[in-house]
Design a protein around this ligand. Sequence first.
Ligand code: NAD
Length: 393
Amino acid sequence: MIEGRDMTGGPVKLRYGLVGGGPGSFIATVHRMSIAMTGAAELAAGCFSRDYEKTKATAAELGIAEDRAYRTFAEMADAEAKRPDKIDFVVIATPNNTHYEAAKAFLEKGFHVSCDKPLVFTVDQAMDLVKTARAAKREFMVTYVYTGYPMVRQAREMVKAGELGELRVVMAEYPQDWLSEKLEDTGAKQAVWRTDPKSAGASCCVGDIGTHIENMVHFVTGLEIESLAAQLDTFVEGRPLDDNAFIWLKYKGGARGNYWPSQVAIGRENGLKFRVYGTKGALEWEQENPNVLKFAPKGEPVRLLTRGNGYLGDHAKRWTRMPSGHPEGLFEAWATIYEAFCNTIRNHAAGAEQHPFEIYPTVVDGARGVKFVNDCVKSSREGAAWIDGSFSG
Ligand SMILES: NC(=O)c1ccc[n+]([C@@H]2O[C@H](COP(=O)([O-])OP(=O)(O)OC[C@H]3O[C@@H](n4cnc5c(N)ncnc54)[C@H](O)[C@@H]3O)[C@@H](O)[C@H]2O)c1
């Protein structure tokens, strides 16, 4: 743990442990590569799979000592807590059904936590993690990575500065096509667990990508949902969870929104996009062209703002790594949220305040996302009824 380590010689390199990331897994590798990009932390321990032989093989591949390759995440939390060279934080990159128990186990042993989304299954579990993290005074990131893009941070700054005026309408979508056939029947593991309520939770499409829309819109606009109505559908026969949804929103203050997550939209890949309209202007951004932000000030020609230029705000400048014209992408966005998280852990240990640029998605954002997913499922089961969608964290 960083507390008690000599910090006089400059920034201390943090140590972290990884839960998930066994052979053939997807997102844990992205976590590892982006953390490496920051240079802020190194992998020291892991429980990479439920199968210990696979965990040992992955540990050997990644150069992790055998005594720090663990059979279970509970054993890892316990054993690491007793080591003088213990990890500072844990990364949880397993299917959704393991997040709650794993996060709780590490928080209770005093570790900072980075957990993937959706945070957990139920609002009670989510609020329990919020409470536990606060009581333990631990940092807790939920990896809503898209908030790490510089031009998304630019959009947020522009909304905050009032450049759009009063917000009226939000249109946001996240269409994909990878589940437009019954991929789960081929054994593709990412499809198998996402379409199974036991491992994914009450929703596939809203839980997996609708939650990214909700987080993105909240991050950029600060709008709080007042009520929502949702229609969740399953187009692929025999699939027990949703693969498409339409969600209508009323925000506090009078703005209105419309979200469309889909996993059956042929030709669409990772098309996360938002359009925000206010009384003075509008903004538009899409994940597949992330270095560009379209700004339409009322009565003036539409402008394309591009990353890396001097006319951008401080947040976009702070998180730009390459000069303009050299594209930055998803790995850099991951590195940004991890760098902010690691710097906050260091500041925390040194008794310093969190720097205003060092924003990362927190456990409260994760809990808001869980409430949103559950509200959408509830509304849809009630025939797309309008229900209370408010959240207080
Ligand atoms: N933030 C994002 O943009 C983003 C993107 C993709 C996935 N995700 C989230 O990341 C998580 C993992 O998704 P994925 O697609 O990488 O899954 P995956 O199936 O590719 O990998 C999951 C890994 O976890 C391991 N695992 C399962 N249970 C375990 C346990 N109890 N202990 C140790 N290891 C265990 C599996 O063996 C596997 O190696 C999910 O919650 C998903 O929603 C987030």
